[in-house]
Design a protein around this ligand. Sequence first.
Ligand code: ATP
Ligand code: MG
Ligand code: MG
Ligand code: MG
Length: 436
Amino acid sequence: MRLSRYFLPTLKEDPKEAQIVSHRLMLRAGMIRQSSAGIYSWLPMGYNVLRKIEAIVREEQNLAGAQELLMPTIQPADLWRESGRYDDYGKEMLRIRDRHDRDMLYGPTNEEQITEIARASVRSYRDVPKLLYHIQWKFRDEVRPRFGVMRGREFLMKDAYSFDIDKAGAVHSYNRMFVSYLRTYSRLGLRAIPLAADTGPIGGDLSHEFVILADTGESEVFCHKDLLTFDPLAGDIDFEGDLQPIVDHWTSLYATSDDKHVPADCPVPEGDLVQRRGIEVGHIFYFGSKYSKPMNATVQNQDGEIVPLEMGSYGIGVSRLVGAIIEACHDEAGIVWPEAVAPFRVGLINLKVQDAEVSAACEDFYGKLRKAGVEVLYDDTDERAGAKFATMDLIGLPWQVTIGPRGLKNGIVEVKNRKSGAKEELSLDAALNRFA
Ligand code: ATP
Ligand code: MG
Ligand code: MG
Ligand code: MG
């Protein structure tokens, strides 16, 4: 992509409305534009990152054995009357009436909708286990939408739902998602900690929240300090096999949120207890028959008995993750994207567009990178050098390649790593080989 053609409405000044760094940087880097409180348009660079996160989440869900479908954003209120949540959910739910005076709502989550799908077709123990997910926009009329996409009213969530014949099966499904979440966050360049969590309005008795430590987070985290040194899950995982040892390992040390933390009962000696703020980027629940029973989603088990399905639900805040990654990955100059989600891998800077030789070298380099399938943003504008460097640092692409008249005379370009700041002088070919 050529910067001269790219829609990247960056801001020089810090926007006043942004209280935290990720919100400020997303606005300054031209990633989003507010439509109304907590509702945003995703501009090309922001949308690019959102799609990359979504793709990693999707790959890991598929790997863990979940199947993707797509449910609607608008749901009939009657489904929620069946589960009893229509009245319970309160003002966070956006309620809508259609032209026939039917009560509808913009889904804040999809337990009822998926239970309706399951009860229509899942009849026998042979039809389970099933693990289904979608990546869909949600609406919650938050009391205080703030911090940009971190607490939006409209936001993108991956939500998965499991259906099993009994509790043992449901716990295996739960463990699949637990392990899959650790892998997903680690691929996104994040260290997420699973916290024993309250089940809240979703209900049930087994639940973990996944949080990223950050001072601007809205959750309070209490955990054993050694949990912060656990190795992320790399390599192959057999999701059909026994995942309990992995889950046991990750839950062996004390870790919980403020809702559950009782100082008097905390087993961790004071010197080993970390108390920090964190961002909730995912949440998983096992809730048994909480929805299947009232909604009559039953199956016949091996003994011929009709029993309610055992269920769980599993959410990842896909759009919140864009902000959370920036909270975890930035410096004074701007965003520092982890390679896995960077909108482009390389930023190519033409230091002097009026110089025919420099421009020819840049065009050649740009063409070769693109041919090799490298995502590259080519700054072919006639801005001054200082402004170009500042923009590249602000938008945080992992690598910057600078071509200018002085270096080119000796066949040299400069390659800078955005994260470490380390600069190298390389020949054009060596620089190409670095990426292509
Ligand atoms: P929070 O405690 O931040 O209000 P929640 O516990 O209400 O979140 P869940 O119902 O557990 O949220 O939803 C699953 C995930 O969806 C959360 O872990 C979070 O990452 C994301 N999420 C929830 N609410 C929002 C929101 N208003 N904006 C962006 N992402 C959200
Ligand atoms: Mg909430
Ligand atoms: Mg929460
Ligand atoms: Mg939650």
